[in-house]
Write a protein that binds this ligand. Structure first.
Ligand code: SPV
Ligand code: MG
Length: 295
């Protein structure tokens, strides 16, 4: 990686981050030009065909994120729900994710068992208890590059903008490197208001957002509001769900794949993507090459 995620984040402009759920989708996101990967809980859970409701273990999430880390070279931000447990679990989690080469974690201020933010019935974590998780997470990292993003669920849980801002200040005071303001409004007004008021506090701290329900706004417009990282959290899993189900239904219906062949990746494209053409051992053994520049 040319630059650490921390450096990228502190640079000018905004980062476009694409949600992925495995090594292949992470590679597709990188190839499409996204700046970073979101190893998202909804995508990973869906790929196991389980609900995004705190069911997968930390190890399952970590293995999925590590698979993405190995597959691509852009930074990987891991969604770690509410941290999988108490502060002791958070401490161990940070150590494991950092050792696995994950660039950042995003931890949210909801109580276990969490629900996906587009469902109802959320219980916010006590602000002090969550701030302690942030402090423990920051103290646990060994290097200086690892980034901890504190995710604010106040607007999702109906606690309002003042609650979001006071929590953001507290979480930043206890060490958060960035905050994520989550909203499920159909327009970006909440994001605009948060950014204005956040900038008004004089804190130069990156803000992330997740434009799922306010899809009409562009990344550039969000960047102009002051957002540093725009996360398209669930688009890859939704795209693949629809594309796969349509292709399989067509093959079943027509008793043949001929109708869908033109909409499928070719085997050549797939081989290229996964490095099949670089597999060693198929060519005859040529011996150890002579070192260059010898007499
Ligand atoms: C996820 O992708 O798992 C997220 C983002 O947490 S969202 O589903 O938009 O809440
Ligand atoms: Mg999630």
């Amino acid at each position: 990686m040319d630059s650490t995620f921390r450096n990228l984040l502190s640079g000018p402009g905004y980062l476009r981050v694409m949600g992925a759920h495995d090594g292949l989708t992470a590679t597709l996101a990188q190839n499409a030009g996204f700046d970073a990967i979101w190893a998202g809980g909804l995508g990973i859970s869906s790929s196991f065909r389980v609900p995004d409701a705190g069911l997968l273990t930390m190890t399952e999430f970590l293995n999925a994120a590590a698979q993405m880390r190995a597959a691509c070279s852009v930074p990987v931000i891991a969604d770690v729900d509410a941290g999988f447990g108490d502060v002791n679990v958070v401490r161990r989690m940070v150590q494991l994710y950092e050792v696995a080469g994950i660039d950042a974690i995003c931890i949210e201020d909801k109580q276990y068992p969490k629900r996906n933010s587009f469902r109802d019935g959320h219980q916010l974590e006590d602000p002090g208890a969550f701030a302690q998780k942030i402090a423990v997470a920051k103290a646990a990292q060994r290097g200086t590059d690892f980034v901890v993003i504190a995710r604010l669920e106040s607007l999702i849980a109906g606690a309002g903008m003042d609650d979001a801002l006071s929590r953001a200040e507290l979480y930043h005071d206890t060490g958060a490197d960035a905050v994520l303001i989550h909203s499920r409004a159909s327009h970006a007004d909440e994001i605009r208001e948060f950014c204005e008021r956040w900038q008004g506090t004089g804190r130069d701290v990156p803000v992330f957002c997740v434009p799922t329900t306010y899809a009409g706004v562009t990344a550039r417009e969000l960047g102009e509001m002051g957002v540093s990282g725009i996360i398209y959290a669930n688009h890859a899993i939704r795209a693949s769900t629809k594309a796969v189900s349509e292709a399989l239904a067509s093959i079943a219906k027509h008793d043949s794949s001929s109708e869908v062949e033109s909409s499928l990746a070719t085997l050549g494209e797939l081989f290229e993507l996964v490095g099949m053409n670089d597999v060693l051992g198929d060519e005859p053994w040529q011996g150890v090459p002579e070192p260059a520049n010898t007499r």
